[in-house]
Design a protein around this ligand. Structure first.
Ligand SMILES: NC(=O)c1ccc[n+]([C@@H]2O[C@H](COP(=O)([O-])OP(=O)(O)OC[C@H]3O[C@@H](n4cnc5c(N)ncnc54)[C@H](O)[C@@H]3O)[C@@H](O)[C@H]2O)c1
Length: 344
């Protein structure tokens, strides 16, 4: 089978991880990359050996050599690009969140259904080894019936103020909360039926970034499990890691705790401070990307080559956005929000 021709739209931080993965896979070749910023597109094309680069994503979609595209543009820009890609018959791997409204997610699913294309949302924690271990404990019954979950997925203030130029168009729940909703739906195998959230907007607004500082949410699952979820964008910038990701899962027969942020597998003390370098997300092994963040992209490649459905579907993207929208509504109104089943 020939190598699959790939296009990458969005050549920022995460588009670079897609490019690194596709460029070292024996099954793919990057045909063209696109970014609104010509310099970024040109640099990525040179670094990862793409034949072409462009500032107009339609040129990627009309290229017959390309059968699959990765879309790694800002959260609020996914919808039109995904719709155009599906309508052009390209298989699509889109970064999380699928889109920032339920209405847009439904439009995307309708376009996927009208095409023969594969659509995958890059919720890569399904490949994150500590969470795979938790899922196995839950599925085997070792923990008994899951009663209570606590998950904190937080970023330092560096992320909305210095890393993302578009933070005011997203929020801690779209950027971080969507990951957690997807993670705990997957681990429980259950659906969220009620959402209570509070948020505050003070610190970032004072810095001119019009989005929430944090959300604290309680989610109730149909089977009775409850989850407390924290998503914040204002951790201290001098925290030892750019993000904090911790989870506690308490069942009727046992409990387990995960810390994929301050795991301390490697400790580093230098003149710049203390740090715990990444050992699992994306590690460059002499030019080859290794880790769970690349494993999800490799899974998409397998699906395209085998014409099989991905482990994370457009429906997972839709439900994550439905729950995030409910978090926003609950925080705005001060009332809990009941959720109806949105997928078959
Ligand atoms: N899976 C994860 O854990 C993870 C982590 C970080 C970011 N992300 C997601 O990846 C996406 C990109 O985030 P990032 O951190 O790489 O952001 P970024 O700002 O570094 O990169 C986004 C790039 O998209 C380009 N762009 C914007 N609109 C475009 C358009 N219409 N056509 C072509 N290029 C366009 C920008 O110029 C920029 O270079 C977001 O959806 C984000 O939530 C996922």
């Amino acid at each position: 089978m020939d190598n699959t021709g790939i296009g990458i739209i969005g050549c920022g931080i995460w588009g670079t991880i897609h490019a690194q993965t596709f460029s070292t896979s024996p099954y793919t070749r990057i045909v063209s990359v696109c970014d609104k910023d010509k310099d970024k597109a040109e640099q990525l094309s040179q670094k990862y050996g793409a034949k072409k680069y462009t500032t107009n994503y339609q040129e990627v979609l009309s290229n017959p050599e390309i059968s699959a595209v990765s879309i790694a543009t800002p959260d609020h820009t996914h919808t039109q690009i995904v719709l155009d890609a599906l309508n052009a018959g390209k298989h699509v791997l889109v970064e999380k969140p699928l889109a920032t409204s339920v209405k847009e997610c439904k439009q995307i699913l309708a376009a996927r259904d009208a095409s023969d294309a594969i659509l995958m949302v890059d919720f890569h924690n399904h490949w994150n080894i500590p969470f795979i271990q938790v899922k196995k404990m839950v599925d085997s019954g070792e923990l008994g019936d899951l009663q209570m979950i606590n998950v904190r997925l937080n970023d330092t203030i560096f992320v909305p103020t210095k890393m993302l130029s578009w933070a005011s168009k997203s929020s801690p729940v779209h950027f971080l909360g969507s990951h957690v909703v997807d993670l705990i739906r997957w681990i429980t195998g259950d659906e969220i039926i009620k959402v209570y959230s509070v948020s505050r907007s003070e610190v970032l607004r004072k810095k001119g970034i019009d989005t929430q500082d944090f959300y604290q949410s309680i989610l109730e699952f149909s089977g009775g499990t409850t989850a407390y979820v924290e998503n914040c964008w204002i951790l201290a910038e001098n925290s030892p890691n750019i993000f904090e990701f911790k989870g506690d899962f308490t069942g009727s027969k046992g409990s387990t705790s995960v810390n994929v942020s301050h795991h301390r597998m490697i400790e580093k003390y230098t003149e710049q401070g203390t740090g715990f370098p990444d050992v699992s997300g994306v590690v460059d092994r002499y030019g080859q990307a290794l880790g769970f963040c690349t494993a999800s992209i490799e899974h998409f490649i397998d699906c395209v080559r085998n014409n099989s459905q991905p482990l994370v579907t457009g429906e997972d993207g839709l439900v994550a956005t439905q729950v995030v929208e409910a978090m926003e509504e609950s925080a705005r109104t001060g009332h809990p929000v009941d959720l109806q089943t949105i997928i078959d």
